[in-house]
Design a protein. Structure first.
Lengths: 512, 316
């Protein structure tokens, strides 16, 4: 393989038929990346972005100081510098927010026609588009993800999500014909730190379109974009209390899901916390949707277009530092393709640029928090201890901040912790298989069932495998693609309920 | 019940000397049935040897009959069987599942009298028993028709903003544990189970405690239909004892609880978190089960499917 081939991967590594591989020379000299490939810094200008020193709670259309008087710091994981301090909401604040949402539901939101509701949501979508750059920068500063991703993936999807569901608001009767859909009332929504604003959009847009009012609890490490969204809602003249944002940590979220006047709980986060919420809600009439963890298998058959598969594997596990519930964290390779695929994969991994998330060339940003970094290290250590072989790219990591080099393990067995537990970091566990049945069996051998990938140039095999995989989203010859019109959600212990598409309205409606 | 009198089938009047002994042998001794549960297409007693007694109001002497009293191990055995039957059942074509369900209606129609009699012995008046049996058979016909139609209603082709062919389709969940309502004992059990198996799931159903015998008679009809063994498994026993075992079983994907007491339902929901079970609860009055329009709504099927979204790039 020549260096030229290696560093010029198909950018859209999925659609096009694989050119038959030219006869390649024996893989001789190790590829020299490193100094030859240093890029000049290309930082995104952030000087026009203003972050307030302190943020209050957004309740009933007003900025309200927390009743405890307590604030917590939100820091940039790439610099460990404090960005702002944020109110810590407690039970009393949650109660105020739920009351405000109830009043808003009865007084304003349920009285509006569908088209008027829709127009508010369209407004929100438009302002998000107008402020997309600023939001992307803050998302990157607060969460550590590369600006390339927040700018090109998160923010466009956020706006698209509001746009998509805005249009449903006056069409609910057609979504479930003959079944007179009705809103539920007040939705309590708890979201994670990996896609902070996108998860807010996934929760708020369908809930509002369906006619509910919301109390949203952002993750404690990434509250800023949700608070900027609150400012956008003000700017859009959304009736007070239709959306309330209560920042805080686990206790705040627990108070929200346990509040007796919440009709619907939607949670995205870990399976462990999801189970606790399911338990807390047992015996109540509250509706629940859970979007939990994953340990997705990415299956590569020997007849797959390998260069494109490599791009899909890379995006599957290193997108957003692997902080993705649907990350393709288990790579299953057909034995015949193992050696050529792994060689390309290791080469491609070394081209990934790890570092300053605000740099426009950065591929892999900062790990979201110290806690998450510790968890990744613990599992990677377990992988080494249990006998798997580790390969991490030899990249230089910045001195400050939380970082983890892109890593893959070979020699992994299904019983290893790195093959069973969700790492939620840039760590890939590689295993092999011989037959399609074995691939499916190994792929399904997990308590999770959120997503999966399959790579083959044979259409019938692709559909057969897609049908056999017990997962809510299957990417065939692609990976980590999202769209507001495309339902997303898990099988098994990855949760229940769907977000996105017509099906994503169902969790926010009562239908006969 | 070894000393039961079988008077209902006594033939000619007994002679005087026999009457003096207080014993009247019948002209022909009737053959009683040992009622058994249906698990994996096999008729079984409880492995525990336990039994419950149900009244037989049609006998003159107040006879009681024995029905199995399922144990925790019976539940666990049934789960293994239902899990084993799932792949095959879900893997059949929708058309074939519809054919099999329609065949079930044919088998029930032929046993209409027997099922109605079972309901009568369970305490219903003859006219109500006949009406319930007819409604139950019609329900089977209705779901036989749903088998290859709900998919088109739930699925979608999603207009994603990119060069992808993206669609969402319903799939089955796996093994579903059902607690059937007390009444109607036949229509309620079938009405609960049909939407679940129509969607490709397999079922373990805890029969009505008010009239468990009818469910066992139904089991005999199920066994003679083309329904593969293990798709519907019928247990009789106490829901309060058995439901917690279903609720915490890791191979059970979902629960469908009808008229389960709130405290028992809450405990089941709590135990269900072990594998994030989908727990559905429903309490409708007896008359509502007869409302075919609402009880055959696709919403009943939708509660027991998973939606799968598949992305495929399009390009050359």
């Amino acid at each position: 393989m020549t260096a030229k081939e290696t560093i010029a991967p198909a950018t859209n590594g999925e659609t096009h038929a694989a050119p038959s591989s030219p006869a390649r020379p024996a893989h001789g000299a190790a590829l020299e990346f490193g100094k030859a490939w240093t890029y000049a810094p290309a930082p995104e200008a952030a000087d026009h972005v203003r972050i307030d020193p302190r943020y209050e709670l957004f309740i009933g259309g007003k900025w309200v100081a927390p009743s405890s008087g307590k604030y917590f710091d939100t820091v940039s994981p790439s610099t460990e510098q404090k960005l702002a301090e944020v109110a810590e909401g407690n039970e009393r604040d949650v109660d105020l927010a739920v009351k405000a949402a109830r009043v808003a539901y009865e007084k304003y939101w349920s009285k509006l026609s569908g088209i008027e509701r829709g127009k508010y949501i369209y407004r929100i979508a438009r302002v998000i588009q107008e402020k997309a750059r600023e939001l992307a920068i803050v998302e990157t500063m607060d969460g550590g993800k590369p600006i390339k991703e927040s700018r090109d993936v998160d923010l466009p999807l956020v706006a698209a999500h509001f746009f998509y569901y805005a249009g449903w608001a006056d069409k609910l009767a057609y979504a479930f014909p003959g079944r007179s859909p009705r809103p539920l009332g007040v939705a309590g929504q708890v979201i994670p730190w990996n896609f902070p604003l996108l998860m807010a959009a996934w929760k708020l847009a369908p809930a509002l379109a369906a006619g509910n009012t919301c109390v949203l609890k952002p993750a404690e490490t990434t509250p800023l974009t949700a608070l900027l969204l609150a400012k956008i809602l003000e700017e859009c003249d959304l009736p007070p209390g239709v959306v309330n944002i209560v920042t805080g940590a686990g206790a705040t979220g627990a108070a929200l899901v346990a509040h007796p006047d919440v009709d619907k709980v939607a949670f995205t986060g870990s399976t462990d916390v999801g189970k606790r919420i399911q338990k807390a809600l047992s015996g109540t009439k509250k509706k629940l949707t859970l979007e939990l963890g994953g340990k997705a298998a990415n299956i590569v058959f020997a007849d797959a277009p390998l260069d494109q598969a490599v791009e899909g594997i890379i995006s599957g596990i290193f997108f957003n530092q692997g902080h993705v519930c649907c990350a393709g964290s288990r790579l299953l390779v057909e034995e015949g393709a193992f050696e050529p695929l792994l060689r390309r994969l290791r080469d491609r991994m070394q081209t990934l640029r790890v570092g300053d998330p605000l740099d426009k060339n950065t591929d892999v940003g900062a790990i979201n928090s110290k806690m998450q970094l510790d968890k990744i290290r613990e599992l990677v250590d377990a992988g080494e201890r249990e006998g798997a072989t580790r390969f991490s790219t030899p990249c230089e990591l910045p001195a400050r901040g939380y970082w983890f080099a892109p890593t893959l393990f070979t020699g992994v067995s299904q019983s290893h912790r790195i093959a069973r537990e969700e790492i939620f970091g840039p760590v890939l566990a590689v295993m092999t298989f011989r037959t399609p049945d074995e691939a499916v069996e190994k792929a399904n051998n997990t308590m999770y069932g959120l997503s999966a990938g399959v790579w083959t140039d044979k259409g019938s095999k692709s559909f057969w495998v897609s049908q056999k995989l017990r997962a809510g989203v299957v990417w065939a010859n692609t990976y980590n693609k999202f769209d507001p019109s495309s339902p997303f959600g898990g099988y098994k212990e990855s949760g229940f309920g769907r977000e996105g598409g017509r099906q994503g309205l169902l969790p926010y409606l009562e239908v006969d | 019940m070894a000393r039961a009198k079988d008077k209902e089938t006594a033939g000619a009047p007994a002679r005087a000397d026999e009457r003096e002994n207080g014993f009247v042998p019948p002209a022909r001794l009737s053959v009683r049935k040992a009622y058994k549960m249906l698990v994996g297409g096999q008729f079984i007693r409880s492995e525990s040897g336990r039994y419950m007694q149900v009244a037989d109001p049609m006998s003159l002497g107040g006879t009681k009959e024995n029905v199995p009293w399922a144990s925790r191990k019976d539940v666990r055995d049934a789960v293994v069987v239902a899990r084993g039957a799932w792949d095959g059942w879900a893997g059949r074509t929708a058309y074939n599942r519809g054919q099999i369900l329609y065949r079930l209606a044919e088998m029930l129609e032929a046993r209409q009298g027997e099922l109605a009699r079972a309901l009568e012995r369970g305490g219903l008046e003859a006219s109500r028993a006949a009406a319930e049996t007819a409604a139950a058979i019609d329900r089977v016909v209705s779901y036989a028709g749903w088998a290859d139609k709900y998919q088109s209603l739930f699925s979608s082709l999603n207009p994603v903003a990119g060069p992808h062919f993206n669609f969402t389709v319903p799939e089955s969940m796996g093994v579903v544990g059902v607690v059937a309502p007390a009444r109607p004992a036949l229509l309620g059990l079938l009405g609960a189970v049909l939407p679940i198996i129509t969607a490709g799931n397999t079922v373990i159903v805890l029969a009505s405690e008010a009239d468990p015998r009818t469910a066992l008679v139904l089991g005999e009809a199920l066994a003679t239909s083309d329904l593969p063994g293990g798709v519907i498994n019928v247990l009789t026993g106490r829901a309060a004892e058995l439901l917690p075992h279903l609720a915490k079983h890791m191979e059970v994907a979902a629960l469908d609880l009808h008229e389960v007491a709130p405290e028992l339902a809450r405990k089941a929901e709590e135990a269900a978190i072990g594998n994030v079970k989908r727990v559905r609860t429903r309490s409708i009055d007896e008359a509502a089960w007869f409302d075919a329009d609402s009880a055959t709504s696709p919403r009943w099927i939708e509660r027991f499917v998973e939606m799968k979204t598949i992305w495929h790039p399009s390009g050359v």
